[in-house]
Design a protein around this ligand. Structure first.
Ligand code: DHE
Length: 535
């Protein structure tokens, strides 16, 4: 049922590429291509050229041998390669299939036409039929949008009452949510490239528009500059490598831009130049769009899209390869991780310049990172690292604290590796750190709190019940007032888990959200903090 078209397309491409290898039947190839697309392509690239994960060149894979590949796929590797077999996601048979698939030349999935994409565009409630004020009395600015990854849904939870408001369908393996500039809409992006617009003012909140501008995507953002609030949206695609601009209120595809390019503007030509993090500038009517494989950061000016011919000025800055995720410092500097080269890249969105690069730990993964003001170093921003047990704290104020700006002022030692996300709030003394990529189940079920003044770990604890559910604690997020920290227990789709809520001062557990619907909860996004970039 799911993405049969995509499977057939991948299979078609396999045939087209003449990638028949001995031993794999057409059925096996189809299955392996789909598993690779769903589970592996995000890190290794659909063409297997490598990014977050290493390149998987068929000749090198053949040298390593099927037995070695099976062991790695099943049991994982320290530093990020998931243990797909041990987690129960791939059976032994599927593990062997994937090992054999890696010996073959990778197929390139076809590229959908604009007509095909346009057919995916649906407006369920046109803007003029939507409410002009909230239809309910709930405090929607303190709603949380909880991604239920493997059910392809988003749960809207009332953060004041800690009760489920509704569950809406979104894309396959839904990845993230972003708030529109006003916070009224959540925009969801699925790994199948489906964008969904959720109106939080409706009673109950519902998907009012959707479109699927590509077949594989990870990012979505709205236009936030004054005068353009909620007017446009942009989807960052992994495949085809494109950036697609949509109408912000209907998600109608308006403009598709290929991101294939030469690395850093003058190197090797990369077909698979995937769009990673996108943020919306407050200083200019533009998005900061980060291209992973080509190592470019684009400043995309959306202010002229209303003119004849939809002009789209793009300023291309050569930064660093393997850009991934990142966030704001002082709401002016965008800091993005070039994770495969252990660097942080800093863009000043006011002057529109590439200002610095900072040495991080091993494979920095900030999510959006965390901001606070330290008594000595002044304003700082911090990231966790997947491959080293470290939170890297960077000085970010070149005007008042130039001696610390763009330097790692502290490398806080953690007890474990495997951090994906860290988060804080101006009203909390703590930065909360997760470890979902740790190979140790005990570490993956644990959290740590860092003291923002002392710049050291104050407390680490294992979340009771998480290991019993084979769950990894992931993605801390504060409520609007900064008085609570919410963290999800990410287990398998077959078993409901929970979202745990801590007091943001005492770190004592306050509540748990449970229910049959709590399956594979991953990222969760507080409306106010997401709309106003508070982290
Ligand atoms: Fe993400 C952010 C890509 C796996 C949960 N992830 C991002 C961003 C990118 C990205 C480019 C930044 C988006 C932005 O800001 O515009 N993620 C990828 C991958 O390529 C990767 C490594 C592999 C894949 O196949 O997708 C991947 N991501 C995951 C997960 O396995 C996570 C933990 C669970 C899930 O839902 O799939 C996951 N990624 C997230 C979350 C964010 C994110 C929750 C946003 C963090 C935030 O606070 O903003």
């Amino acid at each position: 049922m799911r993405r049969v078209g995509a499977v057939l397309a991948v299979l078609g491409a396999l045939l087209w590429a003449g990638a028949w290898a001995q031993g794999l039947s057409p059925g096996e190839k189809e299955q392996a291509a789909q598993i690779f697309f769903d589970r592996c392509a995000g890190c290794h690239g659909v063409l297997r050229k490598g990014a977050t994960g290493p390149a998987l060149d068929p000749k090198k894979m053949a040298e390593r041998g099927v037995e070695y590949l099976k062991a790695v796929i099943f049991g994982g590797l320290p530093g990020g390669m998931p243990d797909w077999g041990r987690q129960g996601i791939l059976s032994e048979k599927e593990t062997e299939l994937m090992a054999r698939f890696l010996l073959e030349e990778p197929p390139a999935p076809p590229i959908p036409s604009y007509e095909e994409i346009r057919k995916t565009w649906k407006v369920y409630v046109p803007p003029e039929k939507r409410p002009t004020k909230s239809e309910h009395t709930r405090n929607w600015q303190n709603f949380f949008g909880q991604v239920l990854r493997d059910t392809g849904q988003v749960a809207i939870i009332d953060g004041d009452k800690k009760e489920l408001v509704t569950i809406v369908p979104t894309g396959f393996a839904t990845h993230i949510l972003r708030s529109s500039a006003t916070g009224r809409y959540f925009m969801a992006i699925g790994r199948d490239g489906k964008a969904s617009l959720i109106d939080l003012w409706m009673n109950p909140p519902r998907v009012v528009a959707e479109s699927k501008p590509c077949v594989d995507a990870r990012s979505i953002e709205s236009s936030k500059f004054k005068g353009y609030e909620d007017k446009y949206a942009v989807v960052g695609c992994y495949w085809p490598p494109t950036m697609v601009i949509l109408d912000g209120l209907t998600l109608e595809p308006l403009k598709m831009v290929s991101t294939m390019s030469y690395t850093k503007g003058a190197g090797e030509f990369v077909q698979e130049a995937r769009v990673a993090a996108i943020v919306a500038s407050q200083f200019n009517p533009e998005w900061i769009v980060n291209l992973k494989e080509s190592g470019q950061t684009w400043l995309v000016d959306y202010s002229k899209l209303g003119q004849k011919g939809r002009p789209l000025p793009i300023t291309m800055i050569d930064t660093e390869r393997f850009l991934h995720d990142g966030g704001w410092a002082l709401k002016r500097y965008f800091i993005v991780a070039a994770n495969a080269v252990n660097k942080l890249i800093v863009i000043d969105t006011k002057t529109r310049e590439f200002v610095a690069e900072v040495e991080a730990g091993v494979r920095p993964h900030p999510g959006r990172g965390s901001n606070w003001t330290h008594p000595t170093y002044g304003p700082v921003w911090a990231t966790g690292n997947i491959g080293s047990p470290e939170v890297t704290v960077v000085g970010v104020d070149p005007e008042k604290h130039p001696q610390y700006a763009w330097k790692a002022v502290k490398r806080i030692q953690l007890p474990y590796t495997g951090t994906l996300f860290i988060k804080t709030h101006p009203n909390s003394p703590w930065v909360i750190v997760d470890f979902p990529m740790s190979p140790s189940p005990q570490a993956a079920a644990s959290l740590c709190a860092i003291d923002k003044r002392k710049l050291e770990v104050a407390k680490c604890w294992e979340v009771p019940g998480a290991q019993d559910l084979k769950a990894r604690m992931v993605h801390p997020e504060f409520n609007k007032g900064g008085t609570e920290i919410w963290v999800s227990a990410w287990g398998s789709k077959d078993t409901p888990t929970f979202i745990v809520i801590y007091d943001a001062l005492t770190l004592k557990e306050k509540a748990r959200i449970t229910g049959d619907w709590v399956r594979t909860p991953t990222g969760k996004f507080n409306v106010y903090n997401t709309a106003y970039d508070i982290y």
